[in-house]
Write a protein that binds this ligand. Sequence first.
Ligand SMILES: [Zn+2]
Length: 260
Amino acid sequence: MLLQTHSLGLVWSSLFGLLWGSFFNVCIFRLPEEKSIVWNRSHCRSCSTPLKWFHNIPILSFILLRGKCAFCGHRISIQYPLIEAVTAALFAGTWLHYGWSLAWIFYTYFVSSLLVITVIDLRHMIIPDELSLTGILIGVLASFFVQHITWWESLLGAALGGGIFMAIAMGYEKFARQEGLGGGDIKLLAMIGAWLGYQSILVVIVISSALGSVVGLSLMLLRKKTLKTAIPFGPFLALGAIVYLFWGEWIGRFLLPAVD
Ligand SMILES: [Zn+2]
């Protein structure tokens, strides 16, 4: 019986994730390009033919159409099913963590913002304020409603996250005479702090810097990129935040055994 409710919860939360994922695909194309929401998903991006409802089923349509538009054969970006699948996984993971609760609703918003920010930052090297600043506000608001974090842990998290990165950015600019961390990264870490609390900041910085170094060095070796080639840091921060959300307590104990 317990196993049954468990699998049902996973199935339903994943289905919610699939539906929201296809909406996020629309947001991702729309936000930086200022395109209307309606145009994107209900028309082919290449031939503009209106799509039928069965061309819009998350993941399934992509597989059945073998990744091509049913009318003109233009390739559909793998980004569509990928984002739907990742959103489903994030929603299910958040459900495993919080169950059906207000916290689940709030934190699916948080992980969804992180996903959309990641893709926009990868594609355009920007993090829209609509996502990061709104995320800070909603994160602080959420802390009043959920039991996992207090409002002062949230506020301190936002201040600490933004503050540390602001200090690093100013120091780096002074010595290297070029921009290292963008303003978007500063606001993103403030947002993460608002949702995960001040306790998360150090762990998230360590995880994302480690991931960023590994990926940055690999890219340099593979494509002979120089040290100056900018890779967006937002995706690593987002990944660090998700790792902390799901495995933070365990990592905290492992990294900082003295604290507590
Ligand atoms: Zn087409």
